[in-house]
Design a protein around this ligand. Structure first.
Ligand code: HEM
Length: 136
């Protein structure tokens, strides 16, 4: 771990890089598999999450300032467009964030980085909604 000024480190570096992101994504889908309020959210995902996990790990590593392997492989994220095929309302957004909050608590140190990650993911998850207001 670098001893430099933390303000100069990326979030990716602060949390410890690829290992913690790997554990975060594994925990995220494990929670999604078990949390009752995430049952509908889990149901819109593929039964086999191997590829989904691999891609989310690449995406989050890049999003946190790590290697740009996601874009190298898949081009511009176009994340909202990629989600248009799934029905995402308020309930799905909230369930997604609930799974992520638990997974972060289980796997990511330090606490302030964990909180910063969740705070930054919250508007991103909200932006992924594609159902009219008032529904769900
Ligand atoms: C807000 C609620 C969200 C829902 C309901 C949702 C749902 C989904 C679903 C169903 C898939 C397809 C995976 C599969 O078929 O197994 C997917 C893929 C993916 N999601 Fe989400 N998602 C949400 C939010 C987010 C957010 C906030 C991010 C980013 C941090 C994200 C990142 C991704 C990525 C990177 C993929 C893979 C896309 C690709 O193939 O390139 N999702 N999501």
């Amino acid at each position: 771990m670098s001893t430099g000024n933390t303000a100069e480190l990326t979030v990716y570096e602060r949390i410890g890089g690829a290992g913690p992101i790997d554990r975060l994504v594994e925990a995220f889908y494990r929670v999604m598999d078990t949390l009752p309020e995430a049952r509908d959210l889990r149901a819109i995902h593929a039964p086999d999450l191997t590829e989904t996990k691999r891609v989310l790990k690449l995406y989050l590593a890049q999003w946190m300032g790590g290697p740009a392997d996601y874009s190298a492989e898949r081009g511009h994220p176009r994340l909202r467009a990629r989600h248009l095929g799934f029905r995402i309302g308020t309930a799905e957004r909230d369930a997604w964030l609930a799974c992520m909050a638990r997974a972060l608590d289980e796997t990511i140190e330090p606490a302030d980085a964990r909180q910063a990650i969740l705070a930054a993911l919250t508007p991103l998850a909200d932006w992924m909604r594609n159902q009219p207001e008032g529904r769900n």
